[in-house]
Design a protein around this ligand. Structure first.
Ligand code: S3P
Length: 172
């Protein structure tokens, strides 16, 4: 079974997804890492030298190449919002949206902006503004997920436990 974790930058798709995969004995794939491997350069360099369209084309290529049994797939924050990527994910597996508020995301992203070209140069105030605006535009894609996990009030451990639970339910 393929489980796609979707949601805004900083919601924990990669860190929590890796933890879930370890506990379930599943494989783990991070689409951002796969794009970097495919391109042979970092995401920041792809955006800087080739532009976002090129990044999205590589991201799509990575998505179409996802296969395998029992894998947790941590997707880039913009992946489900491009073309029919969200429909493609749903065709291939179960899509879980890690839903957080703009403030939660801003707090989580405050110290890890540098590797993310879309927010690398924003101060705290601009970061919250960017998240609020962009999340409002993206919500209609994220909310097409098979399951929406409302993460308000949950610790990272709680979120991991809930994803594991969802995976077990969908396996039965
Ligand atoms: C992006 C999110 C990033 C990465 C790229 C663009 C976005 O992934 O794919 O910088 O458009 O939101 P994470 O959500 O893993 O940070």
């Amino acid at each position: 079974m393929l489980i796609f974790l979707v949601g805004f930058m900083g919601c924990g798709k990669s860190t929590l997804g890796l933890e879930v995969s370890g506990r379930l004995g599943y494989d783990f794939l991070d689409t951002d890492n796969a794009v970097e491997t495919l391109a042979g350069i970092s995401i920041a360099e792809i955006f800087r030298d080739k532009g976002e369209e090129h990044f999205r084309a590589l991201e799509r290529e990575v998505l179409l190449a996802v296969n395998g049994e029992n894998t947790i797939v941590a997707t880039g924050g913009g992946m489900p919002c491009w073309g029919d990527n969200i429909a493609e994910m749903k065709r291939r597996g179960i899509v879980v949206y890690l839903q957080m508020t703009p403030q939660m995301l801003a707090d989580r992203l405050a110290d890890c902006r540098a590797s993310r070209p879309k927010i690398a140069n924003l101060n705290d105030e601009q970061l919250l503004e960017y998240i609020t605006t962009t999340l409002a535009q993206r919500e209609k894609y994220y909310s097409q997920a098979d399951t929406i996990l409302d993460c308000r009030g949950l610790s990272d451990d709680d979120i991991v436990a809930q994803i594991i639970e969802l995976t077990k339910i969908n396996r039965e």
